[in-house]
Design a protein around this ligand. Structure first.
Ligand code: ADP
Length: 462
């Protein structure tokens, strides 16, 4: 509205108040330009050409021109201006020539009122040739047509336009305010709610694209904040819950050693063994939590390197040799043709390790675990199979979730409920497919596929 008012103030000033001034100034400018042209051409151009030029200048600029010789005899007369005072007035030429000579042959500018039509006129006069011995004189006259009627027409027009535009400006500002200010106001309010911790706030991005973008960005920020918040809460709740059990056991067994079994080496060792196992469990849990939180924070970057997948699988399996021999587990490895893969070896090792570890923990009475490398055109599939109870259909979706542990898991199975979450996070980071096939009573097959873009033949690599 302010801008519209400013535009109209300027329009009124220039069109109404200053119009007359502008008009007479532009007339004076025309006369001045015509005089310069005539002075230049006088005595230079041939007579007929000079006369044509005068006629052209006079008609184009609405002027009345008189050129006389040094004795005041008319040489050229061009009369185009209405109400000429040079030719209209008796002895007009003589009178103004006298004014020039009285002025020492220097140019004169006069604004004269024409008594015939009561109009103002501008008169310019100067000597031609040298000032001391002029070869002639030039007189130019033009009428200043009154602009009063024009001004009153413009005034009325402007009044209409002002009215229309002020109403328009009012509605446009209302519309713009509605489309920009209102949504931004509501977004600000929502952002304040978000800052207070309300993650269900809706960012309403109606209106312009930029406002929509702002709302989308804030919605995204809200989602991320809410995710981090939930993760933090989960972590604290689960960690404190999971830490409590081993800590209670540690305390209980330490007290038992102090009060009861301190002097009984057999019992004491038994209790100490439990304390050591629980401590292992604790450190495993803390390590898993740290690994997973690093992976999930998105800060963890992959450091890919090349290695032989068959060799790596054998090496990991051999790490389970101790437990296999001690507890009677058999891990059967079916390799395929050796391939070089390029991925984050440490993290993929952890995936394989976690899967074999789970297979050992959950396999059946026969204590058999099968590890297979299957080369396919679209990548290398690694399968880890056990002969355990299998997983119910509806639980398969949950097992990769953080802290999920089946209710019927045996406590002697050392686990944190984080193993598969780590597997999932690593494989997702690599963009590798993974999954489970399971049949109740027959066991499960956990698999993942190293995509073909990360696989090369051994001979190619050499
Ligand atoms: P943890 O093994 O520490 O409990 P995981 O994340 O590795 O945690 O596994 C989550 C759950 O998935 C386990 O508690 C178990 O119920 C189920 N699970 C994992 N591997 C197997 C398997 N090979 N056979 C049957 N159930 C499994």
């Amino acid at each position: 509205m302010g801008f519209t008012v400013l535009v109209f103030v300027l329009l009124w000033l220039f069109q109404i108040l200053f119009l007359e001034k502008f008009y007479s100034q532009s007339k004076i400018h025309d006369v001045d330009a015509a005089a310069t042209q005539i002075i230049k051409s006088f005595d230079v151009d041939p007579k007929s050409e000079f006369s044509d030029k005068l006629a052209k200048i006079a008609s184009e600029n609405d002027l009345c021109i008189e050129v006389v010789d040094r004795y005041g005899r008319s040489l050229y007369t061009k009369e185009y201006s209405v109400g000429c005072i040079i030719h209209g007035k008796e002895n007009g030429t003589y009178y103004y020539l006298k004014r020039i000579t009285d002025n020492g042959n220097k140019p004169i500018w006069l604004k004269v009122n024409n008594p015939n039509n009561n109009c103002s006129t501008v008169l310019y006069g100067c000597s031609l040739g040298s000032q001391d011995f002029p070869s002639g004189y030039l007189l130019i006259n033009t009428a200043l047509v009154p602009v009063g009627s024009t001004v009153s027409i413009i005034k009325r027009q402007l009044m209409f336009i002002t009215g229309i535009l002020i109403v328009l400006a009012f509605f446009i500002s209302l519309f713009v305010a509605k489309r920009i200010a209102k949504p931004i106001d509501s977004i600000t309010e929502a952002a304040e709610n978000l800052a207070k911790g309300d993650f269900n706030t809706k960012f309403d991005g109606r209106g312009f694209l930029e406002v929509k973008k702002l709302a989308d960005t804030l919605t995204y920020a809200e989602k991320e904040l809410s995710r981090v918040d939930t993760m933090q809460r989960d972590l604290i709740a689960n960690v404190s819950h999971d830490l409590r059990t081993p800590l209670t056991m540690l305390k209980a067994y330490a007290e038992m050693i102090r009060d009861l079994s301190g002097n009984n080496p057999v019992k004491r060792n038994e209790h100490l063994e439990i304390i050591i196992n629980e401590t292992d469990r604790l450190s495993l849990m803390v390590n898993d939590i740290l690994d997973l939180s690093k992976l999930e924070s998105g800060k963890q970057k992959l450091t890919p390197s090349e290695f032989r997948i068959g060799e790596k699988l054998s090496e990991i399996i051999s790490r389970f040799k101790g437990i296999s021999e001690k507890m009677g587990y058999s891990i059967h490895f079916t390799p395929d043709e050796e391939k070089i893969v390029c991925c984050d070896v440490v993290k993929i090792e952890q995936v394989i390790y976690n899967l074999i570890n789970n297979a050992i923990n959950y396999t059946g009475e026969d204590k058999q675990v099968f590890v297979r490398q299957i080369n396919r055109p679209d990548g290398i599939v690694i399968e880890i199979q056990d002969t355990g109870d299998g997983i119910e259909e509806d639980k398969i979706k949950l097992i990769f979730d953080k802290y999920y542990r089946s209710e019927n898991h045996k406590r002697e199975v050392v686990g944190t409920g984080l193993g598969l979450s780590i597997v999932k996070a690593v494989l997702k980071l690599h963009n590798y497919d993974y999954g489970v096939r399971s049949k109740l009573g027959e066991g499960s097959v956990f698999w993942f596929k190293i995509s073909s873009k990360d696989v090369t033949d051994v001979q190619d690599a050499q």
